[in-house]
Write a protein that binds this ligand. Structure first.
Ligand code: MEV
Length: 433
């Protein structure tokens, strides 16, 4: 089957769940049966789940949806998102449409270099450790690479070692050797942790000093994605055009997030709404990405906004730099049936491409949230979704929900009593008609 090139799937949200899955399958160029794990509550069979963790009693379900309209580096993506929070998927599709003109969001990424840390609690004095690390560089590379032939075959492996000297809270010196390891398409935790342990043993023999911890750093400073998105400004809003006034308010809101950690953390949380949803759908270590994103946001000593928006040359321009340690091989990527189905839809060739898409989702999510906050606020949109949840909690059947929600919104109420009243009224009028 050929892939549909455009992620513009007009009226996608109006389709039934089955029709949506068929549209996504058509986009991906696969038979809908290949995406069946996404539609089935048994998307993760018990026997696979039992091997993933300990004391397993079952599986835990969350909604999976697809966001439309995303275009990154001139390629279209229909994006799988696992999230329980209303509005995130709709906001994603909305902002991606604003940002899709031309080649869409432009993303660039670094080589997939992870850091392994080897800790020296009682380090040899400067420059003894530095000299030993430099003189043993070739030997270290040979020893570490020899133990990881698959990584070497994929083009990765040990790259360099750097010594960092620190002082602990008691004023006592300590040192860390950072191993830079190219992990290619893996998230890399396993390879890096093994290499750190192997390097630790070698350093002990070369230095005679005791080695402490040997573990990867979850701050992958050298594995980063930069994304830039643009929306043309005009006098009247259109699918790819924003009015000047709205852009000015978004820039103003962005400056607020840049200046204030209390606002920045909320803006960054919004970015992570989008990012985490894709990470869950693609079986990534979202805890690692969260930890890295917030550490990066505070890296210069003051927590700030990850994404920034400015009006430039007749456009609203957003930029974001973010460390992203993602894998397209290893972990549960080749084990979890629903994750495998998501990869069929995303069709990314390598981990860097996945990271570029994920960062683009984060930037679009930030635009959607900032735009809503800088104009009508987010509660109006949330009210409808909240009313839907309340209607269902109060016993509305699927075919009754839209009537109940419409009545609740017309009365400007989203409490349970309003839902019950609307439901009773609907049933009474329906029964008598
Ligand atoms: C809510 O989950 C996310 C927002 O608070 C993000 C933001 O404030 O930018 C809307």
């Amino acid at each position: 089957m050929t892939r549909h090139r455009s992620s513009r799937l007009p009226s996608f949200f109006k389709l039934s769940a089955d029709e949506r899955l068929a549209a996504v399958a058509a986009f991906a160029g696969v038979d809908p049966s290949e995406l069946a794990p996404l539609a089935s509550p048994d998307g993760l069979p018990q026997e696979i789940a039992s091997n993933m963790s300990e004391n397993v009693v079952g599986r835990f379900a969350l909604p999976i949806g697809f966001a439309t309209n995303l275009r990154v580096n001139a390629r279209d993506y229909v994006v799988p998102m696992v999230i329980e929070e209303p509005s995130v998927v709709a906001a994603q599709s909305f902002a991606a449409r604003l940002l899709r003109a031309g080649d869409g969001i432009i993303a660039t990424s670094t080589e997939p270099i992870m850091i392994g840390q080897v800790h020296f609690p009682e380090p040899p004095p400067e420059p003894v450790l530095e000299t030993l690390v430099a003189t043993h560089h070739a030997e270290l590379k040979e020893a570490l690479d020899a133990n990881h032939p698959r990584l070497i075959a994929a083009g990765g492996g040990f790259r360099e070692a750097r010594v960092r000297r620190l002082v602990d809270a008691h004023g006592k010196p300590l040192a860390v050797v950072h191993l830079h390891i190219d992990v290619r398409d893996a998230m890399g935790a396993n390879a890096v942790n093994s290499m750190a342990e192997e390097a630790g043993a070698l350093f002990e023999s070369w230095t005679g000093a005791r080695v402490g911890l040997r573990i990867l750093s979850n701050l992958p400073m050298h594995r980063r994605v930069h994304v830039e998105g643009r929306v043309a400004l005009g006098d009247a809003a259109a699918p790819h055009v924003m009015v000047h006034d709205e852009a000015a308010r978004i820039e103003e809101a962005s400056r607020f997030a840049e200046a204030d950690p209390y606002r920045a953390v909320t803006a960054n949380k919004g970015i992570m709404n989008g990012i985490d949803a894709v990470l869950l759908a693609t079986g990534q270590d979202f805890r690692a990405v969260e930890a890295a994103a917030h550490a990066f946001a505070a890296y210069d000593g003051r927590y700030s906004a990850l994404a920034r928006w400015h009006v430039e040359d007749g456009h609203l321009v957003g930029r974001m730099d973010i460390p992203l340690a993602l894998g397209t091989v290893g972990g549960i990527t080749s084990v979890h049936p629903a994750v495998k189905a998501c990869f069929k839809v995303l069709h990314v060739a390598e981990a860097r491409q996945l990271a570029e898409v994920v960062a683009a989702v984060g930037l679009a999510q930030n635009l959607a949230a900032t735009r809503a906050l800088a104009s009508e606020g987010i509660q109006r949109g949330h009210m409808r979704l909240h009313a839907r949840n309340v209607a269902m909690e109060c016993g509305a059947r699927p075919e009754e929900v839209s009537y109940v929600v419409a009545a609740m919104l017309a009365a400007d109420r989203t409490d349970a009593a309003a839902a019950v009243e609307a439901l009773q009224h609907h049933r009474a009028t329906h029964a008598s008609s």
